[in-house]
Design a protein around this ligand. Structure first.
Ligand code: FAD
Length: 320
């Protein structure tokens, strides 16, 4: 059976959920071979094996931490050369997309980014994308080289599928050309205790209707009752009510949770571009004509300052 390379997104060996989703999708195409770069392979390997990795190729080098993505592309290319895979899957994070694009150029392949599904096809993997503010769903196949596909978080449920997951060291030479951009400092973001926006199963977002930074705790309270991440429209971010790291949309983050709740957001096309692939969309808006209602599974016409706290109380009471 053909092997499929899966690029592992992890923090010191703690494998992030989108990678487990990629392993599930990779098994539809062939046998997943995980590529783990950096520290923590002892922690990561059992998790990767549990989710179907037949092999874990690993390498660690100071350059992975010291420079931007290019040294990791050298390593992924070494894995590609070692395996000759049927496809390469990466998470649709900023890093995943950059690494995937650089690898595709180097190996002369086509690339599909932001896929929301991947299936086996007669002539190679077929990737689904949601485009033009979810007006169309496209299915595409790469016709040149080995398909490189980046997949959005929450595109598949991670499935346990125990496999051997034998760890093998990759020999990697980091080229001088890959040391062009050095990282000079890192500042960890203060933790909110909430899930990462792009990986969260539930996202609660607030827009201009929240009417001030001082009112965002209303959104946060609902998010916390649901174990959700908090998002914001650009109007709310531009007004300085919420950080840009939480912006959802064309010039913010792209999210695809199981449940997206938009409160006080009109549903501009640039906002939709970042949340249209959410599985279930709920909007709370006092204007029954707001465009967001064209997109939703459930809509509540009402004042968010009445509806959101009532929803929060209801969720809390059901949790006991
Ligand atoms: P508005 O459009 O002003 O809508 C506010 C909504 O809140 C209204 O529908 C109103 O009825 C409702 N409301 C008001 N008070 C209440 C209340 N008490 N209860 C319930 N509902 C209430 N936008 C993004 O979000 N993300 C992006 O990444 C992004 N990128 C952009 C890139 C470009 C190049 C451009 C040109 C624009 C971009 N925008 C983006 C901006 C986008 O066009 C909209 O301006 C923005 O999304 C509007 O935000 P909003 O829905 O919060 O505000």
């Amino acid at each position: 059976m053909a092997e499929v390379l899966v690029y592992v997104d992890h923090v010191d060996g703690a494998v992030r959920k989108p990678t487990l989703e990629l392993l599930t999708l990779a098994r539809r195409i062939g046998e997943p071979v995980a590529v783990h770069l950096g520290a923590g392979v002892d922690t990561a390997a059992p998790v990767l094996a549990e989710h179907g990795a037949v092999k874990v190729l690993t390498a660690d080098a100071p350059e992975f931490a010291d420079y931007l993505v290019a040294p990791k592309v050298d390593a992924l290319q070494a894995a590609y050369d070692a395996v000759s895979p049927a496809a390469v899957l990466l998470p649709s994070s900023a890093e995943g997309k950059e690494i995937g694009a650089r690898l595709a150029v180097r190996i002369g392949s086509g690339i599909i980014t932001d896929a929301v599904d991947v299936e086996a096809g007669d002539e190679g993997p077929v990737a689904t994308q949601s485009v033009f503010a979810a007006s169309y769903t496209t299915k595409s196949r790469i016709t040149k080289g080995t398909p490189v596909i980046t997949v959005k978080p929450n595109s598949a449920a991670p499935e346990a599928a125990p496999a051997a997951g034998a760890v093998e060291q990759l020999a990697v030479t980091v080229a001088d050309a890959s040391k062009g951009t050095k990282i000079v400092s890192r500042t960890p973001r203060e933790s909110t205790g909430r899930p990462e926006l792009t990986e969260a199963a539930i996202v609660v977002s607030g827009g201009r209707g929240v009417n001030g930074a001082e009112n965002f705790p209303v959104i946060e309270a609902l998010a916390d009752s649901l174990g959700a991440a908090v998002g914001a429209s650009r109007a709310a971010v531009d007004a300085g009510w919420y950080p840009h790291t939480n912006q959802v949309g064309q010039t913010g983050k792209s999210v695809s949770p199981q449940l997206y709740i938009a409160a006080g957001i009109s549903g501009a096309i640039q906002h939709r571009a970042g949340m249209q692939t959410s599985k279930t969309i709920v909007a709370i808006n006092k204007d029954a004509e707001a465009p967001i209602f064209d997109l939703v599974d459930y809509g509540v016409v009402g004042d968010l300052f009445d509806v959101v706290p009532a929803l929060t109380d209801e969720v809390k009471s059901r949790k006991g």
